[in-house]
Design a protein around this ligand. Structure first.
Ligand SMILES: N=CN[C@@H](CCC(=O)O)C(=O)O
Ligand SMILES: [Zn+2]
Length: 409
């Protein structure tokens, strides 16, 4: 992971008219070499390549990593978008039985196959926008049966290929209608987490992270701490929603219990920033949330200056319908005042680190997976600059060395 001024230092290998660069990928989809064309030509003279992608006049960046999504759900919320445009707040809609509750009802009613179909088409749209590793949460089930159903859908998505997935259990995403917060906490601790542990132990599924919506009116700091620690005990990485709508001290709590990452942080305090900078807990910033809900944006500049590693996520969910990391990077630059290099770092190596995957993902280096985006411009910055144009500016998306998307011409 990178933090401070290092987030602004993207290493660019610049081609000239006489000299270009090549990347060599082996049959397992691993990068084995990055060097000038003539050195690669000499070194691999005897070898035959299954596929050669010509990228003259283009640039190659690491595959984008989306650090925060809720992609398994049925039933859209366009009607709520209209309510919010007319002035309703996120919590007003939620407290009136809408928001997450609306999606929970529709998701619980949906069959696993229907959810799988919806999920699959969303994953394909992410790939077209350059995402090659994505964090995917459960959290619209809220009981053991439906949370397990969502986790199975995510696990099935992992096996499809074309994109890498980090799976997050988020059973504590809202308080179910028939429960208090402490009853819901008890259910998560005594029923849901043990059920997940036995599925993991039996190798029926793999789950990577644990999440909680730590928020006023949802799970308080103590309940969140207990749930996150219970997840940690069964081997999950702590990666949760904190300090989004109210400054609850989620950042301080997360730093204390060894969270890998905390998302949102629109309302983080100065103390929270210091705590995260000290513990090197990654801030997963979601520019679409503040934009759509017209919230105060998270203090990203202050975080970067203090040494907090910053990552980016789309927050794709029925409230924030955005599957495009290039759009997220653009919003991060314009609304949150990140530089384009910082946004690229946040959407690649730092997002990968927020998922514990920076050894294999997030940069173009020997030994890492060949997850790449080929941008149709000699300047990589065009992927951020050309707002809403990812279908034009992305020539190819490569996953494990295979072309998984190419631009329609
Ligand atoms: N804030 C909590 N969770 C989601 C929203 C989920 C929803 O509204 O369905 C988020 O990250 O923005
Ligand atoms: Zn979220």
């Amino acid at each position: 992971m990178l933090y401070g001024i290092d987030m602004n230092r993207v290493a660019v290998l610049e081609s000239s008219t006489s000299q270009g660069f090549s990347i060599v990928v082996d049959n397992d989809g691993i990068i084995v070499d990055v060097d000038t064309d003539d050195i690669i030509m000499k070194k691999y003279r005897e070898k035959t390549f299954q596929n050669v992608i010509e990228a003259t006049g283009k640039s190659v960046i690491p595959g984008l990593v989306d650090g925060h999504t809720h992609p398994v759900w049925a039933g859209d919320r366009v009607h709520e978008f209209e309510m919010k445009l007319a002035g309703a707040t996120y919590m007003e809609v939620h407290d009136a039985g809408g928001g997450i509750h609306f999606t929970v009802n529709h998701t619980c009613e949906a069959t696993e196959d229907k959810l799988h179909t919806l999920f699959q088409s969303r994953l394909k749209a992410m790939v077209r926008a350059g995402t090659t590793l994505v964090e995917c949460k459960s959290g619209y089930g809220l009981d053991t049966e439906n949370e397990m159903k969502m986790l199975r859908v995510i696990d099935r998505g992992k096996k499809l290929g074309g994109i890498d997935i980090s799976c997050t259990y988020c059973g504590a995403h809202a308080i179910p209608k028939n429960k208090t917060a402490s009853e819901a906490t008890k259910d998560v601790l005594e029923n849901q987490i043990p059920a997940i542990k036995s599925q993991i132990d039996d190798q029926n599924m793999s789950v990577d992270n644990i999440d909680v919506f730590c928020e006023k009116g949802v799970f308080n700091v103590q309940q969140s701490r207990d749930i996150l620690n219970a997840g940690k005990q069964i081997g999950l990485n702590i990666n949760f929603h904190g300090d989004e709508l109210n400054p609850l001290g989620s950042a301080e709590m997360g730093a204390e219990i060894g969270a890998t990452a905390i998302s949102h942080l629109e309302e983080i305090t100065d103390n929270g920033i210091l705590a995260m900078a000290r513990s090197k807990t990654i801030a997963v910033i979601l520019p679409t949330t503040a934009y759509i809900l017209r919230l105060k944006p998270p203090p990203v500049r202050q975080m970067i200056d203090a040494g907090v590693p910053v990552a980016l996520g789309s927050d794709f969910n029925p409230n924030a319908y955005c599957l495009s990391m290039p759009t997220v990077m653009h919003l991060a630059c314009v609304n949150l005042r990140m530089s384009m290099s910082e946004a690229l770092c946040a959407a690649t190596i730092n997002s990968a680190a927020s998922l514990g995957r920076s050894d294999t993902h997030g940069s173009i280096e020997k030994g890492k997976l060949a997850n790449l985006v080929i941008v149709d411009s000699p300047k990589w910055q065009h992927i951020i600059y050309e707002l809403g144009c990812h279908s034009e500016i992305i020539s190819y998306v490569i996953w494990h060395g295979e072309i998984v998307h190419s631009k329609r011409t």
